[in-house]
Design a binder for this molecule. Structure first.
Ligand code: ZN
Length: 65
């Protein structure tokens, strides 16, 4: 697991722990993303880019500061 060693100075930003609906793998995603995010295990989409806050497709397990 990655440690909190984030160098993105964005206010109101946080991370979400999202569970893949397909395989159950947990993926940590950035709340504001400019990319579609896929499950690292099976490749299923877990969050879509929207130009702002990510549109989470999977199940949000927790919000990480
Ligand atoms: Zn998956």
């Amino acid at each position: 697991m990655r440690k909190n060693n984030i160098m993105v100075p964005t206010p109101n930003s946080n991370f979400l722990s999202v569970q893949c609906l397909k395989c159950g793998e947990n993926t940590i995603i950035f709340t504001y993303t400019t990319m579609d995010i896929e499950c690292k295990s099976c490749g299923e989409l877990v969050a879509k880019k929207t130009g702002g806050k990510a549109n989470v497709v999977g199940k949000v397990l927790s919000v990480l500061d």
